[in-house]
Design a binder for this molecule. Structure first.
Ligand code: ADP
Ligand code: MG
Length: 266
């Protein structure tokens, strides 16, 4: 099967507590509106859109931190739309998520080696410590970093640790949500080049969420443009730039300076 993900008629709504009446349930606001798309294996799918367009919500549905209100999500041919946590647990190793600052959610008193080994231990890996060291190798950090603490690392190094944690589990899919937004331009370029290499070397499928179309353009093979919870564009990268179909995409392209696609990462 070529597609790792198949998403059909996905809808998601949250109760709108600002409009909650004194009695009865709050009315619901629809955040994701009838989304259908696939993520082919090996693809780097960019998910772009303005703030509040539903990018993170969509990402959380893909890794089933959120349950859809309607529609279906298939992962590797399996319907995961409404799986209970116990059924999801063996699958969780296969879809990993990296956040903007992965270390901010981790225990600052634990050393890097332990932080990377933790999910390996949780999923019953044979030798979590060895797995953590190998993951450090793969993201280009010295093994000596295993004994350091998060605050001793730069933002770019911490982001590499976040990536190491995710790939240590040998997942099929990684969701990266605004992971370079807090970094300076040269650290951004290094992290993106690393991701590109890992996708190729490890045969990963990646969904990369960003509000920055210039970053998406360099990295992604396909781009999905979200606008107010709807897909307004879903095209391979070159096609989207050559022929942006949605008015919203044209607006996005207009406001963002284009990087030179022939230049390597800065
Ligand atoms: P993006 O990542 O594109 O900036 P989000 O997916 O975070 O957008 O949010 C989309 C919309 O959903 C926003 O209007 C946000 O306020 C709303 N939202 C997100 N999470 C929740 C939640 N848990 N409860 C209610 N509303 C939410
Ligand atoms: Mg977001």
């Amino acid at each position: 099967m070529a597609d790792l993900y198949q998403v059909e008629n996905l809808r998601l709504s949250f109760p709108d507590l600002t409009r909650k009446p004194l009695l009865g349930a709050a009315p619901r606001t629809e955040i994701l509106k009838d989304l259908s798309f696939t993520i082919p294996r090996g693809e780097i799918l960019g998910i772009v859109g303005g703030s509040g367009s539903g990018k993170s919500t969509l990402g959380r549905v893909l890794v089933r931190l959120l349950e859809p209100s309607a529609g279906t999500v298939h992962f590797d041919g399996r319907d995961i739309t409404h799986l209970a946590e116990a059924e999801l647990r063996p699958l969780r190793r296969r879809f990993q998520m990296i956040f903007q600052d992965p270390m901010s959610s981790l225990n600052p008193r634990h050393r890097i080696g332990r932080l990377i080994a933790a999910p390996l231990r949780l999923h019953g890996a044979d030798d979590p410590e060895k797995g953590a060291l190998e993951a450090l190798d793969q993201v280009g950090l010295p093994r000596s970093f295993a004994s350091r603490y998060p605050h001793e690392l730069s933002g770019g190094q911490r982001q590499r640790v976040g990536i190491a944690r995710a790939i240590a589990l040998r997942p099929d899919f990684i969701l990266a949500d605004e992971i370079v937004s807090g970094l300076d331009v040269s650290s951004q370029a290094q992290v993106l080049a690393l991701l590109e290499r890992l996708v190729a070397e490890l045969g990963l499928t990646l969904a990369f969420i960003s509000h920055d179309l210039s970053v998406i353009r360099r990295l992604c093979t396909r781009i999905l443009v979200l606008h107010r919870g709807e897909i307004v564009e879903n095209a391979v990268t070159a096609e989207l730039y050559a022929n942006p179909r949605a008015a919203y995409t044209r607006e996005l392209l207009d406001v963002i300076p284009l990087p030179d696609p022939d230049q390597p990462w800065i």
